[in-house]
Ligand binder design. Structure first.
Ligand code: SF4
Length: 360
């Protein structure tokens, strides 16, 4: 499992705190080329780690916005990593890049071995998209989807954001209807959170944005769950839905704590015992690391496992959590035992963090 962080965006979204640099216009090609040189050098230094993290064999280009890079740079990075094919090869894209670059760009992605595209749509309401400072509007998102499909992308994931105080039931409903009309294989829905250092955090601080109430967020989440369930999507992780057989291989492997290698500035890695993360710097990122204690491992296993519909093996959960809390949660139905696994039922997913906190 290899994750490659492409730290470039053409503008910053209101809510975002991911590490990324604005890159557009004159000079951007040179900066991006230099980034590719450094990335390929890091790859060469970490060949043995990459080989040790080869099950499942997945490659994920995230960001930032990988689709701001020209196809030849993505091709160069993929070639440097070594021969495919991959069980799953995902590239994150933004709709405006796909519309601007067109079907030839998408065909080059497919020729590189990409077999899954994750598109940051977030909403199909133009007022909401403008507030988020996204570069696309709803029409461009729909157009981008069409281009991806017609070029031959068979596995498309679309991201959605909920939990905005100004998002009306009608706006959310129209976005969900629009998603279903397009028919992506996978949907990820994330609740808006106020991240330190984001434009949104400053808006909250000076009173330009009031957070949505928990009740409203819960209502919006339930609406998403109900709509996607009725359309045949499996809710296989708190924030992720897939048509049967289209669950994300790469992300599922994160949740079961498989080793992975993250390359590029700000990228994280895990070898089964040690976490490593690269600093956020384009001009030469450096690694830091920490060895997980048995307590860290227990917390992580419970946290990641119980966020999935597969849940955890009862013996594993019992060994890692408070017995008293587990008994109480089983009795209240916040955790259920089904088919030999302990899991949080879907109607308690919204409060999964609270449930997990009580356990570990
Ligand atoms: S949300 Fe994505 S496109 Fe927007 S600033 Fe963050 S990384 Fe860039």
């Amino acid at each position: 499992m290899v994750y490659i962080h492409i730290p470039f965006c053409k503008s910053f979204c209101t809510y975002c705190d991911f590490y990324s640099e604005i890159c557009s216009g004159k000079g951007s090609n040179e900066v991006q080329n230099l980034f590719c040189d450094r990335l390929c050098a890091e790859m060469d230094e970490r060949r043995s780690e990459i080989a040790a993290a080869s099950v499942p064999r997945t490659l994920y280009f995230g960001g930032g916005t990988p689709s701001v890079l020209p196809a030849e740079m993505l091709e160069r990075i993929t070639r440097a990593l070594g021969p495919g094919p991959y069980d799953e090869f995902t590239v994150e894209v933004n709709p405006e890049d796909i519309v601007e670059k067109g079907p030839d760009y998408v065909r080059r992605l497919l020729d590189m071995g990409v077999n899954r595209v994750s598109m940051g749509v977030q909403s199909l309401d133009d007022t909401i998209l403008r507030w988020m400072n996204r570069r696309h509007d709803a029409a461009r998102a729909v157009e981008a989807f069409r281009i991806l499909r017609e070029a031959g992308v068979k596995n498309i994931s679309m991201d959605l954001i909920f939990g905005l105080s100004q998002l009306s039931a009608a706006q959310l409903g129209a976005t969900l209807d629009g998603f279903l009309e397009l028919g992506p294989e996978h949907v990820s829905a994330y609740q808006l959170s106020i991240e330190e250092g984001s434009a949104l955090a400053r808006m909250v601080e000076d009173g330009r944005y009031v957070e949505a109430s928990e009740e409203l967020c819960r209502e919006q989440y339930s609406r998403i769950c109900d709509t996607l369930r009725s359309a045949g999507y499996l809710h296989y992780e708190v924030s992720n839905w897939a048509l049967p057989g289209c669950e994300a291989v790469h992300n599922s492997a994160y949740w079961s704590r498989r080793p992975y290698v993250g390359l590029g500035p700000g990228a994280h890695s895990f070898d089964g015992a040690v976490r490593r993360w690269n600093s956020d710097s384009l001009s030469g990122w450096t690694p830091s690391s920490e060895r997980l204690t048995p307590e860290d491992t227990a917390v992580e296993t419970v946290m990641l496992g119980l966020r999935t519909s597969r849940g955890l093996d009862p013996a594993e959960l019992r060994a890692k959590c408070s017995q008293e809390a587990l008994g109480r949660l089983l009795e209240s139905g916040s955790i259920v035992e089904e088919e030999g696994r302990f899991r949080i039922p879907e109607d308690h997913f919204f409060v999964s963090d609270d449930i997990i906190r009580q356990l570990v």
